[in-house]
Design a protein around this ligand. Structure first.
Ligand code: A3P
Length: 306
């Protein structure tokens, strides 16, 4: 693949980042991404959940899994009660193809659910060429900055990571799988050009109207709710089951660590406040103004606002 320039990430507190194929990622993921791109064979009924880190991926995974498996598991017996969403739907680039291995999906039943943080242009060609569908969740980049800062600071070795440093990094577009101004419009463009291929959701709209967005997701994924299900309140039940407070209070998400990734990530670090606009509690008005200008300028022409 073209454009592999190996710039060590300039920030002292950050892991070694590489600018690879036009986006920033941890150097250790490069062989995984290459293996995924070279070997993954999409099936027409695959569903890929895509997002920038901290955009609401955990929520998206739990919703997609529950929508798809609602006739298989009653909510009371959902695997989400005993496993973190990231262990149920792992990432291509962090788990399935970890250490550059070739993943074996022969034991997986269809429709298969996958997840990725990769930008659209870096997806395996077979995903783009097949009828596989992609559900993308976007979030106000200001909230992503703050959420990312909290997430990283929950790692003992980064407990003293200054918010300023995180903020400056995002201002320069030096963020994992970013810049956001490439990642978000990249998927947005695909959803505009081919709405059957990519469903573009916003975290803020999901907060505003979870039921409406879940319904939209189910239709897009090919598993629409029947009139009877709607009348019986099935969508509301799923919204409640996958809400932050409900997932956060499960034992599996209070204690323990992810099982399917090599790094020992506590499950609780994926659940914090879950609010839209929490950035005002952490960033100064000047910082907000400066970042908002970057967002506005970089997303100009994409039809996107936050
Ligand atoms: P905050 O840090 O703003 O609270 P990701 O899942 O992409 O890593 O994003 C994590 C963000 O999503 C965190 O945001 C987290 O609290 C929030 N989140 C996790 N589960 C959620 C849920 N079920 N509903 C709403 N937000 C959720």
């Amino acid at each position: 693949m073209a454009d592999q320039s190996n710039h060590p990430h300039p920030q002292s507190h950050t892991p070694i980042f590489t600018h690879f194929q036009g986006f920033w990622c941890r150097s250790e993921f490069v062989p995984n991404i290459t293996s995924f791109q070279n070997h993954f064979q999409a099936l027409d009924d695959d569903i890929v959940l895509a997002s920038k880190p901290k955009a609401g991926t955990t929520w998206l995974k739990s919703l997609a899994f529950t929508i798809l498996n609602r006739h298989r598991f009653p909510l009371s017996g959902s695997p989400l009660k005993t496993s973190n969403p990231h262990d149920i739907i792992p990432y291509f680039e962090m788990t399935h193809y970890n250490n550059g291995r070739i993943a074996d999906f022969s034991g997986m039943s269809s429709p298969r659910l996958f997840a990725t943080h990769l930008p659209y242009h870096a997806l395996a060609e077979s995903i783009k060429q097949s009828n596989a569908r992609i559900v993308y969740v976007a979030r106000n980049p200001l909230d992503i900055v703050v959420s990312m800062w909290h997430f990283e600071r929950s790692k003992p070795e980064r407990a003293d990571w200054p918010l300023d440093e995180c903020f400056e990094q995002f201002c320069r577009g030096e963020e994992e799988f970013g810049a956001f101004w490439d990642h978000i419009p990249g998927y947005r463009k695909q959803s505009t050009e081919n709405p059957k291929k990519v469903l573009f959701l916003k975290y803020e709209e999901m907060k505003e109207d979870a039921v409406g967005e879940i319904k939209k997701m189910a239709e897009f994924m090919g598993f629409p709710f029947s009139v009877e299900e709607e009348k019986a309140g099935a969508i509301e039940e799923i919204a409640q089951f996958c809400s932050l407070s409900s997932l956060k209070n499960l034992e599996v998400n209070k204690n323990g660590a992810l099982k399917t990734v090599s790094w020992n990530r506590p499950t609780k670090s994926f659940f914090r406040k879950g609010e839209a606009g929490d950035y005002v509690n952490f960033l100064s008005p000047e910082a907000v103004e400066r970042f908002s200008k970057i967002v506005e300028e970089k997303l100009k022409g994409s039809g996107l606002t936050f």
